[in-house]
Write a protein that binds this ligand. Structure first.
Ligand code: KG4
Ligand code: ZN
Length: 354
């Protein structure tokens, strides 16, 4: 009988330290340590993130191995996030993965974090619940479009197979998650503000306030003008009424959230029309947004799209998505040398090294 393929994966690109174990494509454990320290700073502080990764990585990996019920000598390879992300954060995961692989004399597999977000749709846990919504089809079939929306990225990716992915549209400035977080910060809400805006928006009127949407050509996005417009709006209104935010919190959240969703959906619709592809997936932290999910459900009925949304815990940063990508790369004999270095800017298109 063939040896099982057991992958240990490490994710440390931003402010979450994650480790997961996958055996023959089935997820056995997925541990994440989030770093609360950034909350009081209103955003991720790179230096503090890297220190927290140093503290968390050993206990997180230890827990992942124990929970999976495997012995470390059974592990076939170590997969790690090589980029994109914060250099100080990536270096902790990369160095740990190298040392672990060297110690056990097993291969290393580098993973592009954005590829991981996309392949999160193929994570198979024991309940065999993959990315499932709407249809009985559990995973997208190739080719599909993936809208990857996180704190650091906003991309529309044409996914031809597990390894061939082309960015056909992306933000020219801020990411969608950043737009949520910055709007929240302007309102005095703690970081990360996206989930809070989502929560308050549920009780608000999406048409209460109007914000100007950017005019960006092709399939690209822009969110920095919206942020400035929002800041001016809040400053003007609070100059007239110091309690403006407190009195209108739900309506402000609903209106800014709707504007961000409209910007995303307009470009996604354009991409679907241009490519003729109707299998549409979303991934990344912002895909946890309940209104974005509802809008996609409605569109699937209206436009005949097949929509795929990962399970909630696989939307935000996690190591399970690095493990599934590592598993496919292992089967493809795609390994990395010990001389590898982290790539803070690592494009899906051309493996850009900056
Ligand atoms: O993918 P992720 O965990 O980390 C990055 O790679 O950036 O995404 C984090 C981003 C943050 O900007 C956070 O505010 C946003 O995802 N986010 C949300 C929601 N949950 C997380 N944004 C809007 N609504 C949510 N429910
Ligand atoms: Zn991410």
């Amino acid at each position: 009988m063939n040896q099982p393929i057991i992958i240990l994966s490490i994710e440390s690109s931003c402010d979450d330290t994650g480790a997961a174990i996958i055996k023959d494509g089935k997820l056995l454990s997925n541990i994440i340590a989030t770093q609360d320290i950034h909350k009081s700073f209103g955003g991720v502080v790179p230096e503090l993130a890297s220190r927290a990764h140093q503290q968390n990585i050993i206990p997180v990996v230890d827990q992942a191995i124990k929970k999976a019920g495997v012995d470390k000598t059974e592990i076939s390879a170590v997969a790690f996030t090589r980029g994109p992300g914060l250099m100080g954060s990536l270096i902790v995961g990369t160095s740990f993965a190298k040392a672990f692989a060297l110690g056990l004399k097993i291969p290393l597999i580098e993973v592009n974090h954005m590829q991981g977000h996309i392949l999160a749709h193929f994570i198979d846990n024991d309940t065999s619940e993959k990315s499932t919504e709407i249809s009985s089809q559990k995973t997208p079939s190739f080719p599909f479009l993936c809208l990857t929306v996180s704190g650091g990225h906003t991309q529309i990716v044409l996914v031809s197979n597990f390894f061939e992915m082309q960015i056909i549209g992306e933000t020219i400035d801020d990411a969608a998650g950043e737009a949520f977080d910055k709007a929240a910060k302007i309102m005095g809400l703690p970081y990360p503000g996206g989930p809070l805006i989502d929560k308050y928006a549920k009780e608000g009127d999406t048409k209460a306030f109007k914000f100007v949407k950017p005019k960006v050509p092709n399939l690209n996005f822009s969110f920095s003008g919206l942020k400035t417009g929002f800041m001016n709006f809040i400053n003007n209104e609070t100059a007239k009424n110091a309690n403006f935010i407190a009195e209108n919190k739900n309506n402000i959240c609903a209106s800014i959230q709707q504007t961000i969703i409209d910007i995303l959906i307009d470009k996604l619709t354009l991409a679907a029309n241009q490519t003729g592809i109707t299998q549409i997936a979303i991934s990344g932290g912002v895909s946890a947004n309940s209104s974005l999910r509802n809008t996609l459900h409605q569109l699937s009925e209206k436009l005949g799209w097949k929509i795929f949304i990962p399970k909630f815990e696989y939307c935000t940063d996690n190591a399970a998505m690095i493990a599934i990508t590592g598993y496919y790369k292992f089967k493809n004999n795609d390994f990395t040398s010990q001389a590898t270095i982290p790539l803070p800017k690592y494009s899906l298109n051309n493996n850009n090294m900056i």
